[in-house]
Design a protein around this ligand. Structure first.
Ligand SMILES: *Cc1c(COP(=O)(O)O)cnc(C)c1O
Length: 352
């Protein structure tokens, strides 16, 4: 039987997507060739890329004027590509520091210009989202991380800024309804809510590009990939195909509105057990709790052996917390069924 997979990333994908993806590895499009041994410029694969891009725009409800592309290098590559493409020569960018990923992003930005860290939650081990900070009016952009995968915190509201708004949505894109048009650039590594590792989704408002006064190497220039429809060089064909299947799965389910309901139900069930069972304590501040990564710990470490044995026996995988936080982290991404959360909660009920 398939395990209950709470892995933080790479992570669970819908079973039917895995089945279709493995079929395509052997015989894609009934052509008796594998998906991964044909030209990415062949008609059937170009259709896959077009479909993936159009599903992204449809699911996120993006109007004309936005481009979506599938790139490589992970979300980590976007830490520098965002600055390279958006920070003016002698420019300045603002960053909200809500964890390790934000910190890594702003470290790269410092190579391109001045960085203003508008607020940080480092003082409390990143267990909350800073609020009531001011954003300088002279910044080229403000960079946010919508969901902090390691700590289990999530931005519920997004600030307004006079500059551009950039968001790393690696671990919560396609999980909840937000107005995606409030952002000028969104990026997300595929391996948390969309597909296997190897592809990174970037969405950008076309009109913001080409205004920095910098010369940008072709591979790092968003305009290159927009102009070539993510086919400037060989794209990660398997990751794009499998992402397309996941996006189609999400659409068939009823889109983001439908999955958001399920995600809220899963999160509510798990947080209720953390709050009601004195054997457990949550890590993140309540108002900032993530609906994707649920971080918690035992109140009495003497229960550790028993708890670890029980969840392992229940067929649960990937519950160990990130090494920097410790404790436990249950990642309850889109593809994780409610039933898996019920199994975990039943195990937790056996610890008192
Ligand atoms: C996982 C993650 C990253 C890093 O993604 P890579 O694709 O491994 O570079 C960046 N930001 C967030 C929020 C993440 O969860």
């Amino acid at each position: 039987m398939k395990k209950h997979n709470f892995s933080a990333g790479p992570c669970i994908l819908p079973q039917e997507v895995l089945k279709k993806a493995s079929d395509a590895i052997l015989n894609f499009n009934n052509d008796n060739l594998s998906l991964i041994e044909i030209s990415h410029r062949s008609k059937p694969f170009v259709a896959v890329m077009d479909k993936a891009i159009s599903l992204v725009k449809e699911l996120l409800n993006l109007p004309e004027g936005y481009s979506a592309m599938f790139l490589q290098g992970g979300a980590s590559m976007q830490f520098l590509m965002t600055s390279y493409n958006l920070m003016k020569v002698d420019g300045k960018a603002a960053y909200l520091d809500t964890g390790a990923w934000s910190s890594k992003a702003l470290k790269e930005a410092k190579l391109f210009g001045e960085v203003d860290v508008v607020a940080s939650s480092k003082d409390k081990g990143y267990n909350y989202i800073p609020k009531n900070y001011t954003i300088p009016s002279d910044t080229d952009y403000l960079h946010l991380t919508s969901n902090n995968t390691i700590y289990g915190t999530q931005l519920k509201d997004f600030p307004k800024t006079e500059g551009l708004l950039v968001c790393d949505m690696s671990s919560d894109i396609f999980s909840r309804q937000i107005d995606f048009t409030q952002f000028d650039l969104i990026y997300a590594g595929a391996q948390k809510n969309m597909g296997p590792a190897g592809a990174t989704l970037v969405i950008v408002k076309d009109e913001i590009l080409g205004k920095t006064g910098r010369k940008i190497p072709s591979m790092l220039d968003y305009q290159t990939h927009i102009d070539k429809e993510s086919m400037f060089n060989t794209p990660p064909v398997f990751a794009v195909f499998t992402s397309m299947l996941t996006l189609q799965w999400l659409k068939d389910l009823g889109g983001i509105a439908a999955i958001e309901k399920i995600n809220e139900e899963k999160a509510a069930l798990l947080y209720a057990e953390i709050d009601n069972n004195p054997a457990f304590v949550g890590f993140a501040a309540k108002e900032d709790r993530s609906s994707m990564n649920v971080t918690f710990n035992l109140t009495d470490q003497n229960n550790q052996e028993k708890f670890d044995k029980l969840w392992n026996e229940a067929g649960i995988n990937g519950l160990k917390g990130h090494r920097s936080v410790g404790g436990y982290r249950a990642s309850i991404y889109n593809a994780l069924p409610l039933e898996s959360v019920e199994v975990l909660v039943n195990v937790m009920k056996q610890i008192k």
